[in-house]
Design a protein around this ligand. Structure first.
Ligand code: AMP
Length: 464
């Protein structure tokens, strides 16, 4: 997953992009970058591996003058975690410097890339996004707008994308609208970014969210709507609301906080834990869910786990070894709250089961009498092809194990997953949702890229 931002018509645009990226840090922690377009027509770029705070310092920002900027934070879902794949990508193009920042994942990139390579294209990254750059550069359309449109119409999958050509910024959302993108007003300028929390931080006011198929150009702080891209049946990613987006954001017209509370309420109705003494969340993404659970169940809400905020999101680190070690670094139980009690632990989701297994051991070691785990979303049984890092079925514990097997593996007294219907009710009636990772109902055609990802090795053995 990634966070993107584009700034147009704002003095010192790179500083605004930098602040915005801070608010989008949760969307990707592997690399960060900003391209700024100076009054001299020059594009300058600073990109690096690591957090926004690690990549940028005063000197880096001073080296990025101009009133237009594009920024990106990344974690890899396609392509490996190396500097070459860090975005924004910057290339020189017939109409000036071209910059691209992509959130989402394309599902026909490999096939397109193979064709482009056969025809002589040379790629410098292993990310799916570079395909778009080649398609734009090779398009015979006479204008940048036409070339970008042609490229976007040729790709399949998820993109919420910010591009710049010279000082013009283009923003687009694929026809199904998997990922969010929102426009904001900042003084005489305009900002386009993944989540409203980034607009809040830079002091911009929300203009509107881009809808599926929306395509706009930002010129010196003005928003010019362009003819929409081909619309498809809308399928907003429900996992943005369950886990990914920040609770202080509004995504797809819904308050993330409100939806998460509602998920917790639904969960308490579906899987109550009668007789439990306390309920607490696995912080932070499940905080609001535990609130909702406490609300409906009447069980006392406590802080039972303390999170070390100076560690990145465990799951985001792409190797398994790192993930396991990080559970302990990240959480510690509060003995006072837990000892001798029957506890309900609320988390948003179970992916590989590694975090929960470690947490349950810790909670038991802190003296819990009973541990009841409640999850604010259904079992994840398939990988996401549209930008969330759940690469293969094999790694998903619920793809190969029953709820009872998972309960035994985790060592909990009871385990309750929210059902699909309850989750969608909580997400609200305003949108149609992509819930493929839970239901197997993938909204795009099954491309070769998807077939390759779905092909799993023999079923994984029961986790030890
Ligand atoms: P796991 O230990 O693999 O079961 O991961 C579950 C934990 O990771 C939960 O606490 C979730 O909050 C979090 N999580 C779920 N999905 C993701 C994701 N796509 N990226 C990062 N973290 C996630």
């Amino acid at each position: 997953m990634c966070g993107v931002i584009g700034v147009s018509g704002v003095p010192d645009a790179a500083r605004i992009a930098y602040l915005g990226l801070y608010a989008l840090q949760h969307r990707g922690q592997e690399s960060a970058g900003i391209v700024a377009l100076g009054g001299d027509g020059q594009a300058r770029v600073v990109r690096g591996m690591g957090l926004v705070s690690e990549v940028f310092d005063q000197a880096a920002l001073d080296s990025l003058p101009g009133t237009t900027a594009v920024g990106h934070t990344r974690y890899s879902t396609a392509g490996s975690s190396v500097l070459a794949n860090a975005q924004p990508q910057l290339v020189s193009y017939q109409h000036g410097p071209l910059t691209l920042a992509h959130n989402g994942n394309l599902v026909n990139a490999m096939a397109l890339k193979a064709r482009l390579v056969e025809e002589g294209s040379i790629f410098s990254t292993s990310s799916d996004s570079e395909v778009l750059i080649h398609l734009i550069a090779r398009s015979k359309q006479p204008t940048p707008e036409g070339q970008i449109r042609e490229a976007l119409e040729a790709v399949e999958g998820a993109y919420s994308i910010v591009l710049s050509v010279g000082r013009e910024v283009y923003a687009a959302v694929d026809g199904r609208g998997f990922r969010p993108l929102v426009l904001g007003q900042l003084g005489g300028g305009v900002v386009v970014t993944s989540e409203t929390c980034a607009l809040d931080l830079v002091g911009a006011t929300v203009l509107r969210e881009l809808q599926p198929g929306d395509f706009v150009r930002l010129v010196d702080g003005r928003v010019e709507p362009l003819a929409p891209l081909g619309r498809r049946p809308v399928s907003r990613c429900v996992f943005e609301l369950v886990y990914f987006a920040r609770p202080d954001s509004t995504v797809f017209g819904e308050s993330v906080d409100r939806v998460r509370r509602e998920l917790g309420r639904e969960l308490a109705r579906e899987h109550p834990a009668p007789g439990a003494d306390v309920v607490f969340s696995v912080p932070d993404s499940a905080n609001a869910m535990a609130l909702g659970f406490a609300d409906v169940s009447g069980i006392k809400l406590e802080h039972g786990l303390i999170r070390n905020h100076y560690v990145g999101r465990t799951f985001i680190n792409p190797t398994q070894a790192l993930r396991v070690a990080k559970v302990k670094i990240k959480f510690n139980p509060v003995r006072e709250v837990i000892a001798g009690k029957a506890v309900v632990v609320v988390d948003d989701s179970l992916v590989r089961g590694t975090t929960s297994k470690g947490l349950v051991q810790m909670i038991r070691a802190a003296g819990a009498r009973e541990v009841h785990l409640r999850l604010g979303s259904p079992p994840i049984t398939g990988p996401c092809h549209y930008g969330i890092d759940t690469p293969t079925r094999q790694e998903l514990i619920a793809a190969t194990h029953s709820v009872e097997e998972i309960r035994t593996y985790l060592g909990v007294d009871s385990l309750g997953y929210l059902g699909l219907e309850g989750m969608l009710r909580a997400a609200g009636p305003r949108n149609a949702w992509c819930h493929a990772c839970f239901s197997g109902a993938y909204p795009t055609p099954e491309t070769d890229d998807i077939a390759r990802r779905l092909r799993t090795a023999p079923l994984a053995e029961a986790p030890a």
